[in-house]
Design a binder for this molecule. Structure first.
Ligand SMILES: Cc1ncc(COP(=O)(O)O)c(C=O)c1O
Ligand SMILES: N[C@@H](CCCC[NH3+])C(=O)O
Length: 416
């Protein structure tokens, strides 16, 4: 459930009319809801119950400083994949001791920075990376906490671009190399083995692949214990899906409970979850203005001021996200439109064949845009990135200014 709802035909973000925020800050504009973020994070946290655990929000889903600071205040941990994400977590008030560092290509510079910040652990994805972390730790006179990301070879049954736990994927260490790699790690004096990790994919809509992966990892943990290598935490990654159209993913509490259930009798093993999309996905919308209505020979187009550079998911994955008007028009007749942006690509669309009663100048909201929205935005076609606003109770705050580029452009051409 989120806090973007209609009241008397007007779309509200919490208690603020979205059209008022758009009038103040312009479009295209991402709007996030603090209450929704909090509700989702708490759903994970409370459903695990008393089992020792840490919810490490996946920063890649939405790294807005306002969003991170809401989660940091709840006591969240963070899953990062770059030094830039670590810097943002720290700037937002997050605790580096609750940070896990994932990703297949960590540079020596990033490792050094993360060591200096005393992060919780590195989720190591290859033997070469293990060696690099050891080398950097020796050079810095530090001991690095490490967890190996195991590729459990489980089919996540999701879009092939966001499936990560199969043998054919670049992620993690193959299960049959796991024991040898742990033995190598345990033999390196500047490494401290603390955990085991996996992440099988994103936008999963079934529980069974998560449970399968977790069980496979528990078997490995027992085999390691026989070799006197003791794992302190099990990190099952993120990947829980959200409802964009008619998917029916398990809710965060059902998912977290199912994970905790598998951990019964293992109270010494901390459970780490890395949800991204399930926390921020439905906590955000993208607001855009209809610039032109264009009747083509075969299709009608609504040309809006947001484009694939602002929200890439439809173009990249043919992802479907709901598009709704900010003001409902109860007695107008709807027409079927492709909702397209101004970018010079035929693949530049936000939605296809959408039935809407709209006119030029109307404002629309693309729902479920809080995850993998702004973070994947670019300056393609030398367009400015959209602004982002976090609605916090009754106030709207600007949390990331529209880029300076716009000032430059206005200045050069003397457009007021
Ligand atoms: C290692 C890791 N953890 C967590 C996540 C978060 O995934 P999601 O947003 O699907 O929960 C991802 C992205 O898929 C990831 O690669
Ligand atoms: N960017 C993807 C998710 C990638 C998950 C990252 N490992 C999406 O929008 O669905």
């Amino acid at each position: 459930m989120d806090y973007f709802n209609y009241e008397d035909g007007i779309l509200y973000a919490e208690d603020v009319a979205v059209q008022e925020i758009a009038a103040e800050y312009g479009t295209p504009l991402y709007i996030y809801s603090r209450k929704t973020l909090e509700r989702h994070w708490r759903a994970f946290d409370s459903a695990v119950g008393n089992h020792p655990h840490l919810i490490c929000y996946a920063v890649k889903a939405n790294s807005n400083l306002g969003v991170l600071s809401v989660l940091a205040k709840l006591g969240s941990g963070f899953d990062i994949v770059s030094a830039g994400e670590l810097a943002r977590v720290i700037e937002a008030g997050g605790d580096p001791k609750k940070v896990v560092f994932s990703g297949v290509g960590k540079t020596a510079e990033e490792i050094e920075y993360a060591l200096a910040c005393n992060i919780l652990c590195f989720n190591v994805e290859s033997e070469s990376e293990l060696q690099r972390i050891s080398d950097v730790a020796v050079r810095c006179g530090k001991v690095a906490n490490i967890s190996l990301r195991i590729n459990p070879d489980v089919d996540a049954k999701t879009h092939p671009y966001i499936s990560t736990g199969l043998k054919a994927n670049k992620f993690g260490i193959a299960s049959d190399r796991a024991l040898a790699t742990y033995e190598l790690a345990a033999s390196l004096p500047n490494l401290h083995v603390v955990g085991m990790d996996c992440h099988i994919g994103s936008q999963l809509t079934e529980l069974s692949p998560f449970v399968d992966a977790l069980k496979r990892l528990l078997t490995l943990i027992d085999q390691l214990a026989d070799k006197n290598i003791h794992i302190k935490h099990l990190d099952v990654g993120g990947g829980l899906g959200v409802r964009y159209k008619d998917e029916q993913p398990p809710l965060p509490d059902a998912y977290a409970q199912a994970m905790a259930e598998q951990m019964q009798g293992r109270e010494d093993l901390m459970l780490i979850l890395e949800p991204g999309r399930a926390i921020s996905g439905n906590a955000g919308i993208l607001v855009t203005k209809v610039e032109f209505i264009k009747a083509g020979e075969e299709k009608n187009f609504a040309i809006v001021d947001a484009a694939m550079n602002d929200l890439l998911r439809p173009a990249l994955y043919s992802a479907w996200q709901e598009i709704i008007p900010l003001k409902q028009k109860s007695n107008a007749t709807p027409t079927v439109y492709d909702i397209v942006g101004p970018v010079c690509e035929t693949g530049d669309f936000l939605g296809k064949d959408r039935k809407l009663a709209i006119s030029e100048g109307d404002l629309l909201a693309v729902r479920s845009a809080g995850a993998y929205g702004f973070v994947m935005a670019s300056n393609y076609n030398s367009r400015c990135r959209p602004a982002e606003i976090l609605v916090d109770e009754n106030q709207a705050h600007v949390v990331r200014e529209r880029e300076k580029q716009k000032d430059l452009w206005k200045g050069e051409h003397k457009i007021s």
